[in-house]
Design a binder for this molecule. Structure first.
Ligand SMILES: [Zn+2]
Length: 98
């Protein structure tokens, strides 16, 4: 058939259109998959954060006075080098040199 050559020519734009559609669908799927992965990662991290949050204030943010040993939040303590004090008086009393 002479028409045997003809179908190949109109087929190209059809294939290109199909390819572009497949590409778009593939990109859409990849984007959806990527978004789902990110959502799952964020959702998976939340329980870990909730588990660590109650522990952090006690272990990291609590310090004890180097003079009397009282526990207090780091924000309320007076920092002197690597030591913390409950009050300025205890900071002075702990340094006999000055
Ligand atoms: Zn103290």
């Amino acid at each position: 058939m002479a028409a045997g050559l003809a179908p190949s020519a109109p087929d190209y734009p059809a294939i290109e259109a199909l390819m572009s559609k497949i590409l778009l669908i593939a990109i859409a799927f990849a984007a959806a998959y990527w978004l789902l992965r990110n959502h799952r990662r964020r959702a998976g991290r939340r329980p870990d954060r909730d588990m660590q949050r109650p522990a952090d204030p006690q272990t990291e943010d609590m310090v004890d006075c180097a003079h009397c040993g009282v526990h207090l939040p780091r924000g309320e303590g007076i920092a002197s080098g690597s030591r913390y004090f409950c009050s300025a008086e205890h900071e002075r009393e702990f340094r006999p040199e000055h």
